[in-house]
Design a binder for this molecule. Sequence first.
Ligand SMILES: NC(=O)c1ccc[n+]([C@@H]2O[C@H](COP(=O)([O-])OP(=O)(O)OC[C@H]3O[C@@H](n4cnc5c(N)ncnc54)[C@H](OP(=O)(O)O)[C@@H]3O)[C@@H](O)[C@H]2O)c1
Length: 262
Amino acid sequence: MTSHGTRFRRVLITGASSGLGAALARECAGPGVALHLSGRDEARLAAVADACRGRGAEVAARVLDVRDADAMADWIAGAGALDLAIANAGVSAGTGDAWEPPEQSRRLFEINVTGVLNTALPAITAMAAQPAGPDGVRGRVAVIASIAAFVAAPGAPAYCATKSAVQRWAEAMDATERHRGVRLHAVCPGYVRTPMTARNAFPMPFLMDAEDAARRTLAGIAAGRVRVVYPWPLYAAARVVGALPPAWRAALFARLPAKAAD
Ligand SMILES: NC(=O)c1ccc[n+]([C@@H]2O[C@H](COP(=O)([O-])OP(=O)(O)OC[C@H]3O[C@@H](n4cnc5c(N)ncnc54)[C@H](OP(=O)(O)O)[C@@H]3O)[C@@H](O)[C@H]2O)c1
């Protein structure tokens, strides 16, 4: 339990059964905190829920696929008032040593983009009807994008595109939704040690623990930052590489191993 996590007392998190989502749940957990957690793997989700209960939180866990829009809307509508909803569930894959399979491209967009909308849109609607807190905020929606949002990496076309889509969407939405008291945050982590990155065979500079990433995420949201991006050296490098002409970028990435395909 930390000072950052305990700022949010009613929190909903997708993809809470693993990695960053599980760390976010543990970091938020504490006495007086109500957590609504979802994931696909029932046993791993139950273990995270138990760990959060062990820290004093009330936990409701639900096995859900973020692609099921109706089930997501029902779950979020039934959660009651929320201070924070985190659209964290996501999948990652790349081209390996060939090209990106069409089915993989579609699946990444369905989970990382449509799945995020299936979480964020019902949460925004519900929050807009909640009373505002002393700071004028009715609720916050955080979208877990990535520093990959800033680079069109040839080794991970769909992943970079999906993360760019949700980062831009959240930042643009924040500019309008804040007028009715709902804030959006685009969270853009660098490399985090989770099952998602465990299979990466390439160097991952500034790789951080999931707990560290969770603390930085919650601190950035609590500080009201629209773009919560870390660590800054990787962000700076991504902005430089992202600004290169596409042919230069392709030549640079041709020297590096790509993320494995699914
Ligand atoms: N690891 C990194 O370096 C890194 C960096 C930047 C951004 N991110 C982003 O952070 C988020 C969490 O990633 P992670 O590293 O923690 O990966 P992870 O350990 O593989 O966890 C991914 C989570 O997403 C859930 N999920 C995947 N597909 C789903 C679906 N269709 N419906 C519902 N839940 C689904 C998984 O549920 P089950 O396991 O129960 O199937 C799991 O809880 C992702 O959005 C990822 O893109 C990660």
